[in-house]
Design a protein around this ligand. Structure first.
Ligand code: PMT
Length: 214
């Protein structure tokens, strides 16, 4: 009998509105996050997902909290983190948001349009582990120096494991079925996975997170 753990998973992109019809975002589809949710459910765990705007069917038996902006995702994760055993941050959170969101549609003119942005909070940097054992898994989507950049993020954001994945091509990465990844661990170890289906790596990630959790 396995002891069911409480997984909190973030998925998808965030949207930062410029005006009611325009926004800054990225190409995350939410597939990776929801496949991890499916894998955790299939292994008998409880799952809560905080998702940005995606076009996916939600798995049964999963509580899904829908958010739009990075600020909303930040709040939802902060509120739900204390009750979780394992946090998996697959979301591609926008690092910046417009300083001002226009209430009305901005009409075009011939003049140059300067958009001023401010930083969004870093969610992983904001969460504080409780006394109880909590495991934190993050992702790094990188186009170059994949392993070095991902290890830097693992250390800076105090994660237990990071999924370093190469993006920028059409074969793997954002919004497709495949990923090319290496798992990096806090103790300096790594596990190269290579190119594989997101569905398959989701199982590996869940199993590694459970092992770390002990
Ligand atoms: O959704 P899919 O189409 O399936 O694509 C999957 C994916 C490519 C989006 C996913 O696998 C992935 O790599 N997600 C992380 C994207 C990223 O670039 O993260 P980052 O390097 O900006 O951030 C590193 C980590 O910090 C991530 O775990 C991220 O969720 C987290 N973060 C980032 C910014 C922020 N403000 N707060 C955070 O907590």
């Amino acid at each position: 009998m396995i002891k069911p753990l409480k997984f909190l998973i973030s998925a998808g992109p965030t949207r930062e509105h410029i005006d009611p019809v325009r926004f800054i975002t990225n190409a995350s589809s939410g597939k990776m996050g929801f496949m991890i949710a499916e894998a955790a459910l299939a292994a008998g765990h409880q799952v809560k997902v905080v998702t940005g705007p995606v076009n996916l069917e939600y798995p049964e038996k999963t509580e899904v909290i829908e958010v739009t902006t990075a600020m909303e995702m930040h709040l939802a994760i902060m509120q739900n983190f204390p009750a979780c055993d394992v946090l998996v941050m697959t979301a591609a959170v926008c690092d910046f948001r417009p300083i001002k969101t226009s209430i009305n549609k901005i009409h075009k003119s011939d003049a140059t349009f300067i958009l001023r942005l401010e930083r969004n909070p870093d969610i992983l940097l904001s969460v504080r582990r409780l006394e109880k054992n909590q495991t934190i898994v993050g992702f790094a989507a990188e186009t170059n120096d994949v392993i070095v950049s991902a290890r830097r993020k693992l250390e800076k954001k105090r994660m237990d494991m990071i999924v370093a994945n190469e993006v920028g091509g059409k074969e793997y990465g954002f919004a497709v079925e495949h990923i090319k990844a290496t798992l990096l661990f806090k103790n300096g170890a790594d596990r190269e996975i290579g190119r594989c289906r997101k569905k398959d790596i989701a199982e590996v990630i869940v199993n590694e997170a459970i092992k770390i959790h002990g």
